[in-house]
Design a protein. Sequence first.
Length: 411
Amino acid sequence: MQEKTLVALIDDLEQEMLRLGYTKGTMNFYRRRWKMLLQFAQERGEIYYSERLGIDFVEKHFQVFEKDFNRTLSQSETQELRVIRMIGNFQLHRTILRRYYKHKKILTDPYFIEISSRFKQHCVDKEYSDVTVDHYVKQSARFMDYLSSQKVTDCKGINLSVINDYIKTLAGYTYKTVEQNICSLRAFFRFLLGIGEVQTDFAAKTPMVQARKQTRIPSVWTVDELKKLIAAIDKGSPKGKRDYAIILLACRLGMRCTDIKNLKMEHFHWEEKKLVFTQSKTRETISLPLTPEVGWAVIDYLKYGRPRIESPYLFVRHIAPFGPFSKDDHLNQLIKRYMELAHLPTLKKRRGMHSLRHTMASMLLEKETPLSTISDILGHVDTDSTAVYLKVDVKKLKECSLDFEEVTSHE
């Protein structure tokens, strides 16, 4: 394919942004930056876009790269970088990557909307968990949106080449994100084959990521970090009471974020001092000990913190419109806020709600709790999933290390 000039590239990008429904204000911002970039390129005598051109343009006008390296960019400065990164990615993939914009509705084409609706019902009929259905539907919708950007009007136009090109757009994401996307695509392709929309078994021809979860080291908190995080919570305010109870459920009982959001009063067996619920991920019923610390935090929130609204869910938003958290809310912003208040580094590791679950598991491991017991508490189907936490027990790992002198003496 012949390389397009910068003028032609920007024109195509503009048309794609308009197709996706970018607002007038956003379009005006991008057009101003494109005009500046075109003038900058003209002054340098360049007619094609290159990464070097984009970097030099941003550095000359906004001087943001040192800040980007130190992770201290403001939102407006991040937007300036986004302008050139979007052009570069559009040049490479001929599509606008989803990391650059947030629209509630991914699909606009009636055909793909219907296919997505049928696929969602198919997943529900298969009795997949709500989280799995959500992942499959959203990630397959992004693939169909990519098809639209490539002028593919229906699923009959799918081929291995377009699948491979789409997977290339996931470059830069963690292997786990790529793995989830490919898993969703394979489920989607099996569905399309089953309803006769495609005649090729693309699921069998789409390889999974060759990586193992055991290669990852979970993000965990030290005891000191956890104390500072909890100390930063204002337990005297209604929102603080809620957040304190949520964080305790994660770091003391190891509950998943989705299960915390889904908690109802019926799950609390106060007389038995147990918390009994069905896990959203595994569909297995689990019974956890309701420790005094966690129990009193929940009671304090119910009596003095929770807004008086009609909702079956224990935890609700504290700003209008009041109601339960959305499915897409992973509560990571909650953790980040208290990390900032506690002056804890926010860029050291991934520090979302799930890291608190990891921390509870690693602490149990340090106390020499059997792996099978930790697996039961976490609600893992098998201990292989729990074994990943063995890597965070540094003391035990040191006991397994080889003596260098002993090894070299046998050479």
